[in-house]
Design a protein around this ligand. Structure first.
Ligand SMILES: [Zn+2]
Length: 302
């Protein structure tokens, strides 16, 4: 056991440390776990008074012992665990929360005692003396049950640490030892649940990976298709350009045809007018020939 830390503390009695005050000095994560431990009934207070608590807590991998003292305006905490939580480990936090819950209902009664005890200026650990709390928990443990319990506790803790099945517990009547066994069994149950959750999570991960694999394949196919489509598009574009050129050429030709058509029409109409002039001329020549013929026939023969 090592002295973890000295925390300046204005409370005159350990029972006055309420959860808010504990939370304000503790590490957030350690506080949450400590609160859970207290709620799960894992704390056993062996001995306590206004200035000192001796206790034990069932942690996740063993049983730890704590000593918490209030001395000269400082809170001193020791725990047998090796957790680096500062300034107090989760076990000490759980103990303080459990102790506060313990003394809570007696608070009004105690405060009158405290006031009378406050009259002398120096805080004295003997004020109020050992409370009846130790006695309230002590009768729950029968001496005849302690040995079988301890015999069971060691393999049970080992099973919790190694993840194997916790051995069947000896049957005890209602009391602290049964409660402790229940806590350990709950712990095992929770471990199994988290193992199941882990297996479920792993299979979900595998499904997800397979899904991503399929998506990747589809994506690759899509990319290949897009590439082909781009190539086709480029070819089509080239063809379209060619067609455009041909079309422009055709339009040019058509314009020329129209121009030629006009020329042909003009030539044709000119030809027509020439031919009519020719007809008229032919008619005139015919007339002249007739006139000449008749004139020669009328001339008297000599
Ligand atoms: Zn601890």
């Amino acid at each position: 056991m090592k002295v973890r830390n000295k925390i300046p503390c204005s409370a005159e009695r350990l029972g006055l440390l309420d959860p808010q005050m504990i939370q304000s000095v503790a590490d957030g994560n350690a506080f949450n776990i400590g609160r859970q431990y207290a709620a799960e009934n894992r704390v056993r207070i062996v001995e306590a008074d206004d200035s000192q608590i001796s206790s034990a807590v069932i942690g996740n991998s063993g049983l730890y012992e704590q000593t918490i003292r209030l001395k000269d305006g400082h809170l001193l905490s020791k725990c047998s665990c090796a957790l680096p939580e500062e300034p107090m480990c989760r076990h000490c936090i759980a103990v303080l929360l459990e102790y506060h819950r313990w003394v809570q209902p007696r608070q009004p009664q105690k405060s009158t005692v405290a006031k009378s005890a406050q009259a002398p200026p120096k805080p004295e650990p003997s004020a109020g003396g050992k409370t009846s709390m130790t006695q309230s928990s002590a009768p729950d443990v029968k001496l005849s049950e302690v040995l079988p319990f301890l015999e069971w506790l060691r393999p049970a803790m080992h099973a919790l640490e190694t993840g194997t099945a916790v051995p069947d517990a000896p049957q005890f009547g209602p009391g602290d030892l049964s409660a402790w066994i229940q806590v350990i069994k709950n712990q095992e149950h929770r471990r199994r649940e988290s193992e199941d959750a882990l297996i479920g999570f792993e299979s979900k991960m595998r499904d997800r990976e397979a899904y991503i694999g399929r998506l990747t394949q589809q994506l690759q196919v899509s990319i290949a298709e897009t590439k082909t489509a781009q190539e086709t598009l480029q070819l089509t574009q080239l063809e379209v350009d060619e067609y455009k050129e041909i079309l422009a050429h055709v339009a040019e030709l058509a314009g020329e045809v129209v121009r030629h058509d006009g020329q042909v029409r003009a030539a044709a109409s000119e030809l027509l007018s020439r031919s009519s002039q020719l007809n008229t001329l032919t008619g005139s020549f015919k007339d002249l020939a007739e006139t000449l013929k008749s004139a020669s026939s009328k001339r008297p023969a000599k």
